[in-house]
Design a protein around this ligand. Structure first.
Ligand code: NDP
Ligand code: MG
Length: 386
């Protein structure tokens, strides 16, 4: 029987690729709900194609416009209430919303005991203490879509927990891997958006250029797999073929390899525990292939270091880091601050961090709000100083 699937963030990069995966395995998946932020026309076109029973639009003022464009009988909802309804509506819930806005889907899916196919790392990072308390609800589980964590998830199937020595997360290094500190001071928006190996939404593409994405992924790995930070390593691997590795206590390392194609981890998470028959990203061993590895540079890419420090600090520090980064990236994407100021905005927010703990959704929302306030202040100061 086909599993019922809900796609949150269906109009984005991951969302569109998920629809491709669903079309490739029509006997495995039935889409019952879709959600987007504000792109009414694309969301409505997806609804006409996939015929879900529920569509959700983040921006409530657009619900009326959406209702006019979806097939008769499709329920239209909006905002947090809509996202929570979407999360309860399916067996498998893909969270591919970008940023903190994805929080209601993560929490509601786990509370309802659904399988959460998680691309939205920001919600896990901001609300880790809450996620860990709800993820053990009967039936609830997280299967990571992020390619590195999906790779680790696959490698861990080959060993016992007690046999794991370290997780090794690979990083492409982004478009600025070979630039000097001086050159980094002059990179522009177009340069940051030109990722060498992955085609992704703008926020994560900028995060990949600063290595903040890798820093967020270190925290994500700590939360998903429960290993302490000194057993999670980052290695730069420019080809993006080895998606991550697990080192065993006897020195053996198990890796997952494929061409960079997000449809593979998306299909893995939607179909788990059974693999799909559609092949995405299989390697061609009849042509030459080189795999390079080098350590990351935490001086040139301060965001990686800041994220690791926030992860180790715990409490609401990761929430502050992630929120400040979202504000800094938004300021960079709208050409208000230079690329090199992103890490300065985040560093200043972590200086302002109030050391609060997180024990309720209200605490997460408050941490997010305060961190954004701090980040906006610094961004404005840097903007006026430029
Ligand atoms: P995109 O920017 O391409 O897409 C974001 C999606 O989120 C869009 O569908 C957008 O809708 C939706 N959205 C934004 N705000 C809201 C809201 N308030 N309510 C409902 N939906 C909303 O991002 P990506 O697909 O690149 O990334 C999505 C997530 O997956 C991120 O957390 C990212 O870190 C993670 N990820 C992405 C990878 C990739 O290859 N792209 C790889 C690994 C992880 P609209 O179109 O209407 O704005
Ligand atoms: Mg990743």
């Amino acid at each position: 029987m086909a599993s019922k699937v809900a796609l949150a963030g269906s109009t984005g990069s991951i969302g569109n690729q998920a629809i491709d995966v669903v079309h490739g395995a029509p006997d495995r998946f039935e889409v019952v709900a879709l959600a987007a932020g504000s792109d009414v026309s694309r969301l409505a076109a997806q609804a006409r194609d996939l015929r879900p029973s529920l569509v959700v639009i983040g921006d409530a003022s657009l619900a009326g416009e959406l209702a006019e464009q979806v097939p008769r009988g499709t329920e239209v909802m909006s905002g947090t209430e809509g996202l929570e309804a979407l999360a309860r509506s399916a067996d498998v819930v893909l969270n591919a919303i970008v940023g903190f806005a994805g929080l209601p889907v993560t929490l509601a899916a786990l509370v309802a005991g659904r399988r959460l196919a998680l691309a939205n790392k920001e919600s896990l990072i901001a609300a880790a203490p809450l996620v860990s308390s709800v993820r053990n609800a009967a039936g609830g589980e997280i299967v990571p879509v992020d390619s590195e964590h999906c790779a680790i998830h696959q490698c861990l199937r080959a060993c016992r927990e007690s046999e794991v020595a370290r997780l090794v997360i690979t990083a492409s290094g982004g478009p600025f891997r070979e630039l000097s500190q001086d050159e980094l001071a002059h990179v522009g928006l177009g340069d940051a958006l030109a990722h060498p190996t992955w085609d992704m939404g703008p926020k994560i593409t900028v995060d990949s250029s600063t290595l903040m994405n890798k820093g967020l992924e270190v925290i994500e790995a700590h939360e998903l797999f429960g290993l302490p930070y000194d057993r999670i390593e980052v290695v730069v691997h420019p080809q993006s073929i080895v998606h991550s590795m697990v080192e065993m206590t006897d020195g053996s390392t198990i890796a997952q390899l494929s061409r960079p194609d997000m449809r593979l981890p998306i299909g893995y998470a939607l179909g788990y525990p059974e693999r799909l028959c559609s092949s995405y990203g299989a390697l061609d061993w009849s042509t030459a292939l080189s795999l390079d590895f080098e350590p990351p540079d935490r001086e040139r890419f301060a965001c990686l270091r800041l994220a690791e420090e926030a992860g180790r600090a715990g409490g609401s520090a990761p929430a502050w880091l992630s929120a400040a980064n979202e504000e800094a990236v938004a300021a960079f994407l709208s050409a208000r601050i230079p690329w090199s100021a992103i890490s300065q905005v985040v560093a200043a927010a972590l200086e302002d961090w109030d050391q609060a703990v997180i024990s309720s959704v209200g605490d997460v929302v408050e941490a997010d709000r305060r961190a954004r306030e701090s980040a906006r202040r610094t961004a404005m100061r840097l903007e006026h100083a430029a």
